[in-house]
Design a protein around this ligand. Sequence first.
Ligand code: COA
Length: 261
Amino acid sequence: MPAQDVLLLDLRDGIAVVTVNRPDKLNALNDEVFAALAGVVAQVEADPAIRGVIVTGAGGKAFVAGADIAELAGQTPAGAEARARRGQGLFRRLERCGKPVVAAVNGFALGGGCELAMACHLRVAARTARFGQPEVKLGILPGYGGTVRLPRLVGRGRALDILLTGRMVDAEEALRIGLCDRVVEPEAVLAEAEALLRGILAMGPAAVRQVIEAVDAGCTAGIDDALAGEAVRFGLLAGTEDMREGMAAFLAKRPPEFRGR
Ligand code: COA
């Protein structure tokens, strides 16, 4: 299958819908998918017409069932470390692309799939979705950020439960512990992800970007540094037309018209 076909990109009125497209392999992430995803992330970063991103998987069964185990099977220690760095770097770029990213988790989100979903800013899950980090069952650990993002999302104890047992987490539990943000019927996942994202895109774009960056920076900083960073961003936004428009619209009891300036 040619590289462009393993990843589909559909531009819909400011939203890039990115679909991992290997349904016969439950959308497992192989080298071709990674190469294509790197190209798409670069496009998302560079194209001002793309204002938000949805990531999903093709077919009704899986979001992404993990890294492609057939490719992992023969890896050497140096190759495996390089593979982890590549995956981590790409997911980090997606997380820091400057635009809101929503995962539409339409089925299994296991291993690298769970890690991809966690690198997105928000997760909408099908009622039938299953999350998990089953790497211990393969004698490895999650290498694309799973040991780092999962405890940040759900807390250390719950993360260790999921990471050490390799068990699957159903959508209701994922919602309860903060691993996903919405649960809907399977046929509604993409529409719900789009509605959520369109709602965010109706806000001031600079404010949205600053919130994402403040939370990203604040999660790893000490409380005083995080608060200082928040104050700086608060000041930056006070210099935007969008802040004046947002407040003027509130006071005039009309909807705001943000221009991204
Ligand atoms: N890498 C490579 N191939 C994968 C894969 C992965 N992570 N996950 C699924 N596939 C392939 C299967 O090998 C199978 O291919 P085949 O039809 O050529 O034999 C196909 O996708 C369908 O999967 P199958 O296992 O038959 O479906 P199932 O409904 O019986 O089970 C899962 C679904 C998700 C429970 C099972 O596929 C699974 O455990 N996958 C691996 C999950 C994992 O460990 N991910 C972390 C990897 S680091």
